[in-house]
Design a protein around this ligand. Sequence first.
Ligand SMILES: C[S@@+](CC[C@H](N)C(=O)[O-])C[C@H]1O[C@@H](n2cnc3c(N)ncnc32)[C@H](O)[C@@H]1O
Ligand SMILES: [Zn+2]
Length: 288
Amino acid sequence: MNWERWQEFLTCTSCRSNLLREDDALRCSSCAATYLIVNGVPHFLNSVRSGYADVYHARSVRTGLRGLFSPSGFFSAATFVDDRQQAGQQNFHGALDRFLKNFSTHDLVVDVGSGSRRLTRDILNVDVEAFPAVDMVAGGDALPFASGAVSGVVLQSVVELAPNPRSFIDEIWRVLKSGGLFFIEAPFVFPRHNGPDNYRWTQEGLASLCCGFVKVESGISIESGSALGAAVFAFGDERFCKWPPILRGPAYASLWMVCSLVRQLDRWPAASDRRSLYGAAYFVGGKS
Ligand SMILES: C[S@@+](CC[C@H](N)C(=O)[O-])C[C@H]1O[C@@H](n2cnc3c(N)ncnc32)[C@H](O)[C@@H]1O
Ligand SMILES: [Zn+2]
């Protein structure tokens, strides 16, 4: 498992002391905390769940055209700027690729809220749900790493779900080493996610959230055509979802075609740099 390589950097989420390896658990060397290793994956959470497992489960059991054309199914709601997604690399794009090129295999790079994707072979996947690609079950606001142990953190489409986003940023700041890098991406004009969802950010808002970091780069990761397409799809979905199957199929097929056309507007560049409509923004910051 990926995490075993980084065992010396793991700490108790309660008292930050070192952890001792036992057969099926990691035990705190100071307090009474014990973290079970279930199917090779250490669990640093006992009960908190994001609700995303239910979303993915519902997605996989859903049948018929609604499943096929739902934003979370066959229909992809957005196209990323410089989209580079491949099988197993959901939501991968040029800015994220540039970010990951900063690290070597000797660096501890963590994808917080990874879901079931794996961006690189060496990345350490952390999520509150034990999805298949997850190396470690933990929350973004209580990471099991020693302060200053981590070289890079990816937080893509996760911070908007947090009840307290500040707690994620503070925790990421804590675990990053001096000179470490942080990639954060969050939606701005984008329909509510199927699971829990709390916030949206402009580019400026994202920079303010990360105000302690030195800006390396920032930009738009989902353009306005995709934002419009996703909004049109959400509008139709909320109206068609309870229709009888015989009407639902053609309705979703038409909606899918309309949204695919609307998304093509991404190719039409905005006339001004002062943007007021886009789907998502990203910010890359360094810890000085
Ligand atoms: C919208 S998905 C994004 C997945 C992935 N980052 C991507 O961009 O494809 C959000 C993910 O964040 C996870 N998540 C939700 N709350 C979390 C928390 N407090 N700490 C860590 N992960 C969390 C969910 O389980 C889910 O896998
Ligand atoms: Zn402890």
